[in-house]
Design a protein around this ligand. Sequence first.
Ligand SMILES: Cc1cc2nc3c(=O)[nH]c(=O)nc-3n(C[C@H](O)[C@H](O)[C@H](O)COP(=O)(O)OP(=O)(O)OC[C@H]3O[C@@H](n4cnc5c(N)ncnc54)[C@H](O)[C@@H]3O)c2cc1C
Length: 289
Amino acid sequence: MIPSAFEYHRPASLAEATQLLASSEDAKILSGGHSLLPMMKLRLANPSVVIDIGRLDELRGIQEAGAAIIIGANVTHYEAETSAVLQQQCPILSETAAAIGDLQVRNAGTIGGSVAHADPSADWPAAMLAVNAEITLSKAGGTRTVSATDFFIDLLMTVMEEDEILTSIRVNANPPRTGGTYLKVPQPASGFALAGVAAQVTLGSDHTIQQVAVGITGVDNKAFRASATETALQGQAATEAAISQAAAQATDGADALEDIHASAEYRLHLARVYTKRALLQAVERAQNG
Ligand SMILES: Cc1cc2nc3c(=O)[nH]c(=O)nc-3n(C[C@H](O)[C@H](O)[C@H](O)COP(=O)(O)OP(=O)(O)OC[C@H]3O[C@@H](n4cnc5c(N)ncnc54)[C@H](O)[C@@H]3O)c2cc1C
């Protein structure tokens, strides 16, 4: 199908983009276009103004900043997958990027576009939760930072206001004895997650779990943290028995999606099984980290 008619703008700077967004009615930001354009073609989105930020260099690049890493919104999935900084300092993010769609999707789609879009089956939101990412939003005359835990609200809904642009994502470099992994069961045609689990663990020298975060996607209307699992493991010895028991609580409180690809019950089951597998793998990596 062909999208409805729209005005197309390609601003030369972030400042120009935020000004345009503030002064336009019913505008949409375009970055990689791999979610927005299909939605426009299906007439599920009908913006009258499209603001293309995809070529803004100021939103590109992955920079180290002390113990943190700043990832520009326009970083493609492929750039994140192959980034030496992420592979060395926060490898769960490269691993998540590698799990997205196919090479064509990874070459065009961006981390900022995926996080802003908040598809309930997208991979990045789970990883953002597992690494406690901080998301920077800019608008004409202001910038704010929101933690990933507060960012995702509901199906395709975030705390972003209509006049805000996601500009960067800040994560911490892994401290010593930290390991993480992202595991998913993909829907075979699209690659989107039927269930995807990102787990990040930091161990103490006595093999207890000092920090743990688990993000789950594909199951509920939005990616969520497996809070009961995290609480059960905090300060505990990282044994298979403890992990197995805690993973059984991974979907507590989840309101599971049901569609032609998977029943709610199957999604919940996958999430619990993959939480256990992801935590075991994260602990193994933390031991060697
Ligand atoms: C065939 C196919 C398979 C796919 N498989 C997967 C998969 O396995 N896993 C997965 O996670 N995803 C998958 N995707 C989605 C893909 O990762 C998209 O690229 C991504 O979700 C959106 O990123 P984008 O840069 O293309 O955003 P766009 O399509 O340009 O924008 C998406 C939405 O976010 C808004 N937006 C974009 N950038 C910003 C910004 N910086 N600030 C504010 N708002 C913004 C837009 O207005 C729009 O509403 C697939 C897509 C396709 C077409």
